[in-house]
Design a protein. Sequence first.
Length: 480
Amino acid sequence: MEHPRIIQGGMGVGVSDWRLARAVALEGEMGVVSGTALDILLTRRLQQGDPGGHMRRGLAAFPDQEVAQRILARYYREEGTPDFHRFENPPMITVEPSREVEELLVAANFVEVYLAKEGHSGAVGVNFLEKIQLPNPAAIYGVMLAGVDYVLMGAGIPLEIPGLLDAYARGEAGSITLALEGAEKGETLLRHFDPARVLSSPPAQLKRPAFLSIVSSNVLAQTMVSRASGKVDGIIVEDHTAGGHNAPPRGPLHLTDQGEPVYGPKDQVDTLRMTKMDVPFWMAGSCSDENSLERSEKAGAWGIQVGTLFAFCRESGFLPELKKKFLQAVEAGKMRVFTHPGASPTGYPIKMALMEGTIAEEALFAQRKRVCNLGLLRHLYKKEDGVIGYRCPAESPELFIRKGGDPETPQDARCLCNALMAAVGAAMEYAGGYLEKPLLVPGEYLDSLRVLIRKIGLDYTAADVIRFLDSSRGEETCSS
Ligand SMILES: Cc1cc2nc3c(=O)[nH]c(=O)nc-3n(C[C@H](O)[C@H](O)[C@H](O)COP(=O)(O)O)c2cc1C
């Protein structure tokens, strides 16, 4: 299969939205939409009046119009504007969600991929996180219904997903096993999805997208290829300098004086070993110089996956004022990206741009009332009476600890659900007037971004990024 050499990495929530993915795919490279929280984003875009009518156009193409109409009736506000923020939230996803929740998940994921693929035949992928399990079965069905070409997945070990893609491709229902804290040995909790619950006449077959697994070690690459429930078509090797979440360092956690995790030689992936696996692979994390593509190809890789450069281009979902502020600081050499070991409820280290007005600022973080109202990063646990409970380290620490959560965990945990929504213009405003603050999670390698903006300026496009990555051959090295 002739895969694209450059992958625009999936960036949630809503940073790599359909516009960015489409712009990249139109240039002949792989555009990847973030599949995280698309259900919530769709409801918010509709409540904000759906400027341009894109969400409604996507819904009009959904194969079951009764489902589409129910969603519009509940969430679309004709009078809405982009500065509306008093959103009605859809019900949180649980182990056994209502039909309404599943309809919204399938339709929202369909819409994003449908729009990214509209009017061209370029490659469009979608990125999901293994850590956010509950929505995945319905969401993956939705993207396949829209004909997605690639499913990319990291943040965990998604062994069951390739087989799930196979089941859906055969027109069958599918299940995944959920992580359950406090489960008995041998006890499994399944999340089952049956297309017939959402569609009046589900297609008998669907195209099986290629599956790319995002890993941070040779062992994990090997595990995915040898033990997954279906074919792994490629591997993305992501370095700890990459934007978003990072794998924790191997071995015991040591922190620098500033409090960042210390990574060492054990965290380096051996590309020679990768080449022996006979599976195409892409390098990610600081592979965004003008010669990174050539360097990665020389190391035996198929190409590169790039995030940060695309995250701040014109077509990305970040609010324009946040892009500008960030890029001005990068240009001036004043932007610092911090790898926080405890800010994410997932337990994985996460990158944070230390930027004013975001919840990277301790004072703003402390001002926020710790409520959990979107719930994507909740952990499932088994209560003493056997009932399944839900807890998030970013909710009120008292509540988290009362639910049996580890008292050490919650101190620094930020509500990423709300902060990442805020960064793309979908911040929630509460009755008292409090508006959720954003968070930016770029990669730590900013040199290539500085070169790019020196060449093009602060308002550059996805096509500029691709020309930059695929043009002249310079001296800098890709961090791999
Ligand atoms: C703002 C931002 C959000 C990201 N979100 C995700 C995500 O939701 N899922 C994921 O697998 N990777 C995510 N990433 C990682 C990218 O897909 C990509 O692998 C990474 O950014 C590559 O490193 P670079 O930033 O040095 O180019 C994110 C990166 C950025 C910059």
